[in-house]
Structures are given as structure tokens and as C-alpha cells.
Write a protein that binds this ligand. Structure first.
Ligand SMILES: Cc1ncc(C[n+]2csc(CCOP(=O)(O)OP(=O)(O)O)c2C)c(N)n1
Length: 570
């Protein structure tokens, strides 16, 4: 059906179209390029049209991370708009993260006015010359699925629908749209568009049945197959079919550097977080949405093992180099692939006693691994300064199906038990630091009824533009609990030096320049400065009480909270 709406400008038509396409939020970090957008918003608000809701986010890093967090929970793209080339530059780390984590986002930026004359919107400020780029999108072209510059209002429907369809077609990811000020300021009488849209994302794919049968035969012939999963749980509906496949075959599922709940942690076939000791025995390895399923320099499967890779893009075509074997690549929606594989192994002659015997063996391994993790936590219980393992355990004990964790750094998932899909989100592998705070705020925006805990190192906390993030939590009523694993250092950097030069100068002298974060700020005061509850805890005996109180504050008072936990220094 065609719909006609009277508007005054391209900017107003753009907002109208975004609302019609189900975009709920417009995360904005504004500059002079926003003038036509802000003017159009003022008119829409005066008319009672609230969508897409404009949210001010006073730094680009949390702005992009919020849209990322929202998309990771809902699968739905929102709009982020930043200020011309400089805002794009600030946001680019977040866009790299969104690209590598397949977060669909309609990322956009103004363009400095193109013209120096008297057109509506043309240049009238000092910055308008210096903020021009030869090719603004070139900053990001490698990391977005599509980029375009809006040329005129008449294109809006095609451009917006194409942007959204491409962002949400698998493998999903960010797209980039630039919006010159004269184009946004262009006078229009009306916009006419299809409602519902005629340009939609592609249907999901399922692999060729012959390839499914080939993989099923390899699994049936295997004596010691294993699964390594990282992000198949990005689609929450993929968790159950993986459970069914694992139960049918009696295969263990390892989560390795996982970013999602791929398999319930309490399931007896969950084999923990480190498949490396088992790689040498595996004859078939199923890799599920994992970009780096092992580190060849350290340990790899036997050369004769069959490697089956399952994912939306098993070759990770956007990675310049990735040499992991793909003997059978099953590209398509993992949930459909898992289901098809279960059907095929059942049809092709599953040996149930073999599967049952294997299952028993791995169930014993599950118990051993999870008991060892509990014992490791007991060993550091009561340590002062607090051990990060103990802190992870204390958080783990407070989780339930209505609580979500966004972990940028330092929560040790051997100490937690995520049972339900969509309750755990780890940082993107690209590790553009500063993701956690914004992603947690976006997750909370997407699921107001859930408790959201953001776990961050003190380093990642600083990268997240904390003042902007706490400002957002207060201004937009997003009561997230932030827990800082505060070791007054960048331990990741220290670890890399130790691994690089185990007996080197840094190790012998105990000096590692550029890896210390002392003197440490009173991080709790940053949250308090934005109306939040903020406390520091050093005494391990106080930790449970403080965590409970912080959770009470976010759940009952609906106020953001920050717990600064002073941990052992590496
Ligand atoms: C934008 C960006 N800059 C620098 C790095 C390199 N880096 C990786 S981890 C890390 C330190 C993180 O510190 P923290 O969050 O305190 O965790 P810790 O390493 O102490 O466990 C740094 C600086 C990065 N990943 N991203």
C-alpha cells in the first residue's frame, strides 16, 4: 500500500520513514550538520510523533555501543548519527566492533555543507571548510556492508530500505549513510512510500542437503567428535537445536572465547571453555561461528581430522587472513544447519549405544571441569585484595534468567552458570575497548524488565567514556549495575609482555612501562556525580553484601549503580 505524508523537508521525511520502518531510537551526537534534523524533530514532537525517539549520547563510543547493545538483544537495527568526519572518526572503533560482531546498525553522519553559496543549509561557519573530506566513508568502508551518500529527498525510500535490508541480511552488520546538510534541508511537500516496505532482508539460508549429508556421515564415522562454539547463540533460537544435535550424537560442546550463550552451561554436555587439551584426540571438529577456534601456534587438531565449519559465513570472508581448514563449510543459519544435521544423522544410521557411551564419558568430564572451577574459586575465597576469580564467582551466584551480563573484561565465565539464551554477551573479538558501558546501556534499553550487569576492567571502563555513559544512564533512565574489576593495570598488556619475553627485562626488573593505571581514580565518584549509587569494596567479606545492595538499587530504586572492586594487582 502506498502512503502519503505531508512534510516540509527531506530531514522530516527521513524521520517519518525511519518511524514507519520500525526504528525506535535515534542515538545522536550532534553538530551543525544536525540543524535540519533537529528542526524536523521539534516539529514532529510538537505534533506528538515520538518515534524514532531521539536520545542524546554525549560521546560517539557509547552511542555506537548502545545501538550495538540494542541490536545484540533484539536483532533490530537502530540509527546512530554523529557529526561529520570527526564524529565518524570517534565512532570508528565501535563500528569495527559492530562489524566483527555482526551487529546491524544504521550508522550515519552529516556531511559538511557542500556549497559555499546561498542554498538552504549551505556553509555559514568556520568549520564547514575544514570538516570536508574527499571521501568521508573511506574511513569505514572496510567495516560496513554498504555506504552511500543521500543525494536528494526523492531517493529516501530506496536508500533507507536498502540500508536496513542490507544491515539485517545475514551476515548482519553496520551500514553507513552520509547526509549532506543541503540535502537534509531540501524543501519537500510530501513523502510517498510503501507501507509495509517492498525492499526486505533476504530469507535465511540453509546449506545444500548433499553437504549436510556429507557432514552427517563424517560425524557418524567419527569416534571422537567435538563442537567448538563461539557465537552461534547470536541467534537465540540456535541454542536448542545445538542441544538436540549434541544429545543425539553424544558430543561435547566447548565454548571458546564465546561472546554469547551458545549452549546452556549447566547442560551435562557443556565441556567448559578450553578445547585445546582435547584437540589432539578429536577426529571431527565442528566449529560453530568461531573465527579463531584454536591458535595454531600453540595447539591444533591432527592434520587428518575433518573440520566442519558452521556459520553464516564459514570462510569469514571479511577477514584478510584466516587459514583454518574448512573441509566441509556449512554456510547458512546455524539453527537450521544444526536441525538439518540432527535429521541427517538420525536418518543415516545413528549408532545409539555409541552415542550413549560417548555421552556418559563427556558427562563425567563436565562434572570434573565444573568441580575444578568451584575448587579454584574456593582456593581464593577470602583473599585480600579480592581475587578476580572470587569476584566472578560472587557475581555468578547472583545470576538468574532475568539477569543479563555484558562483559567487556575480566568476568571469568568458568565461575558463572548462564542457562538461558541471551543472558551473556562478551566483547567483540576485535576488542575495540570502550564497548562495555554503552553496550550494557543499549541492552537495558532493549530489555527494561531485565537486570543488566556490566562487568569491566578499570582499563575498559576508562575507554568507555564513563562520564558520558553515566550521564546517559541518568538522563535516559537506564539503571545498569557497573562492576569494575579494578586491578590498577592493563593486565592484558602485561600478559602479552610476559608471553613474548618470559625471561626478559620486564620480567626480571619487574618494570613494565605503559601498563599501569595508578594512581587509580575513585571510580565510584564518577557514578555518584551522575546521581548513581557508587561504592568501593576492598574487604572480601563485604563483597556479597555490597553486590546485593547494588542489585537492590538498580532493581528497586531503578537507579544506576557502580561497584568499584579493588582486586589483586598483577
Ligand atoms: C581501543 C583499544 N585500545 C587499546 C587496546 C589494547 N588493550 C587490550 S586489553 C587492554 C587493557 C584492558 O584493561 P582492563 O580493562 O583493566 O583489563 P585487564 O587487562 O587489566 O584485565 C588494552 C589497553 C584495545 N584493545 N582497544
Amino acid at each position: 500500500m502506498r502512503k502519503r505524508v505531508a512534510v516540509e523537508s527531506t530531514a522530516e521525511a527521513y524521520l517519518e520513514l525511519l518511524a514507519a520502518r520500525g526504528v525506535d531510537y535515534f542515538f545522536g551526537n550532534a553538530g551543525t550538520d544536525f540543524a535540519p534534523i533537529i528542526e524536523a524533530y521539534a516539529k514532529r514532537e510538537a505534533q506528538g510523533q515520538v518515534l524514532p525517539r531521539p536520545l542524546t549520547v554525549p560521546h560517539e563510543i557509547p552511542a555506537v555501543a548502545m545501538a550495538h547493545g540494542y541490536a545484540m538483544v533484539t536483532g533490530r537495527p537502530q540509527v546512530v548519527m554523529v557529526h561529520v568526519n570527526v564524529g565518524t572518526a570517534n565512532a570508528s572503533g565501535g563500528i569495527i566492533n559492530a562489524a566483527r560482531a555482526n551487529a546491524p546498525i544504521l550508522f550515519s553522519a552529516g556531511r559538511t555543507p557542500l556549497t559555499e553559496g546561498s542554498l538552504p543549509g549551505s556553509r555559514n561557519r568556520q568549520i564547514h571548510w575544514a570538516q570536508e573530506s574527499f571521501d568521508q566513508a573511506s574511513m569505514l568502508r572496510e567495516y560496513v556492508k554498504w555506504d552511500y551518500e543521500l543525494r536528494m529527498g526523492a531517493q529516501l525510500e530506496t536508500v533507507v530500505d536498502r540500508a536496513l535490508a542490507l544491515a539485517t541480511t545475514e551476515p548482519t552488520g553496520p551500514v553507513y549513510l552520509t547526509l549532506p546538510r543541503e540535502v537534509l534541508a531540501e524543501r519537500l511537500q510530501e513523502i510517498e512510500y510503501f507501507d509495509p516496505p517492498r525492499l526486505r532482508p533476504e530469507a535465511e539460508r540453509v546449506p545444500d542437503p548433499a553437504a549436510i549429508d556429507q557432514a552427517a556421515r563424517a560425524l557418524l564415522a567419527a569416534r571422537n567428535p567435538i563442537v567448538i562454539a563461539k557465537a552461534s547463540g547470536r541467534d537465540e533460537r540456535a541454542v536448542k537445536p545445538l542441544v538436540t544435535l549434541a544429545e543425539t550424537l553424544g558430543v561435547p560442546v566447548f565454548e571458546w572465547y564465546h561472546s554469547h550463550v551458545n549452549f546452556p552451561q549447566h547442560h551435562p554436555l557443556h565441556a567448559g571453555y578450553d578445547p585445546t587439551p582435547h584437540l589432539a584426540d578429536a577426529d571431527v571438529v565442528v566449529v560453530a561461528e568461531s573465527d579463531a577456534p584454536w591458535f595454531p601456534k600453540l595447539r591444533a587438531p591432527r592434520p587428518e581430522a575433518t573440520i566442519i565449519q558452521i556459520g553464516q559465513d564459514p570462510l569469514f570472508s571479511r577477514y584478510p587472513i584466516r587459514g583454518f581448514a574448512v573441509d566441509i563449510g556449512l554456510g547458512g543459519a546455524p539453527r537450521l544447519t544444526f536441525a538439518a544435521l540432527t535429521e541427517a544423522v538420525t536418518r543415516l544410521g545413528l549408532d545409539r549405544p555409541v552415542a550413549a557411551e560417548r555421552r556418559q564419558r563427556w558427562e563425567a568430564e563436565h562434572r570434573r571441569i565444573f568441580e575444578a572451577a568451584a575448587a579454584a574459586a574456593r582456593k581464593v575465597e577470602g583473599d585480600r585484595p579480592i581475587d578476580m576469580l572470587g569476584l566472578s564467582r560472587a557475581i555468578g551466584e547472583r545470576l538468574d534468567d532475568a539477569t543479563m551480563v555484558v562483559n567487556e573484561y575480566d568476568l571469568d565465565t568458568t565461575q558463572t552458570c548462564f542457562r538461558s539464551p541471551g543472558t551473556y554477551f562478551g566483547a567483540p573479538a576485535s576488542s575495540g575497548l570502550g564497548w562495555g558501558l554503552g553496550a550494557a546501556l543499549g541492552a537495558k534499553l532493549a530489555s527494561p524488565d531485565k537486570t543488566v550487569i556490566c562487568t569491566v576492567g578499570d582499563g575498559s571502563y576508562i575507554f568507555g567514556a564513563p562520564l558520558a555513559a553515566h550521564w546517559v544512564a541518568r538522563a535516559h533512565h537506564l539503571p545498569v549495575l557497573f562492576v569494575i574489576f579494578n586491578n590498577r593495570a592493563w593486565n592484558a598488556v602485561k600478559r602479552s609482555v610476559t608471553a613474548y619475553a618470559p625471561e626478559g627485562w620486564s620480567r626480571r626488573t619487574g618494570v613494565m612501562p605503559m601498563s599501569e593505571l595508578e594512581p587509580a581514580p575513585d571510580y565510584e565518584l564518577v557514578a555518584r556525580s551522575c546521581g548513581g549509587w557508587g561504592e568501593r569494596v576492598e574487604d572480601p567479606s563485604m563483597l556479597p553484601k555490597m553486590l546485593d545492595e547494588a542489585l537492590r538499587v538498580v532493581r528497586e530504586e531503578k537507579r544506576q549503580a557502580l561497584l568499584n572492586v579493588i582486586c589483586k594487582k598483577p
